[in-house]
Design a protein. Sequence first.
Length: 153
Amino acid sequence: MTGIMQMIVVLVGAIVLNETYPDALLVAKARQLRYDSGNWALHARHEERDFNIGELANKFLMRPFRLLATPICFLMVLYASFVYGILYLCLAAVPIQFAEERGYGPVIAELPFIALLLGTVFGGTANILNNKFYTRKFEANENQPVLKPVFHQ
């Protein structure tokens, strides 16, 4: 299910979002200029570059492993994988608990995920609204983040 959702997000992103990589934008602009002007000598510097398999393998296959070998990156990945594993175990245990332990049907056992979805949507909405509220207060205070004291003496 997670893979399906990720594929949907990737497809929607590929369709809706614009290209932001500067080299790709320059290549598209050069291509459009060639077409409009008829001057086929126009080209972007990125189009001149000659790619070989060794360079691409070093850049895209080896560099992530070298980055992972740095201590801070390794510790962050270790922590993130631990947290993701705990989250996955908790989410996987919900239908098992409702189906096997309580005897609910397979559809009913999945219904608690609706509560998680609603909580995520409401929490995200509250976060966006709170950010707008804070931004207005911040700008009203001449862009100075002055917070009220939490404890009164």
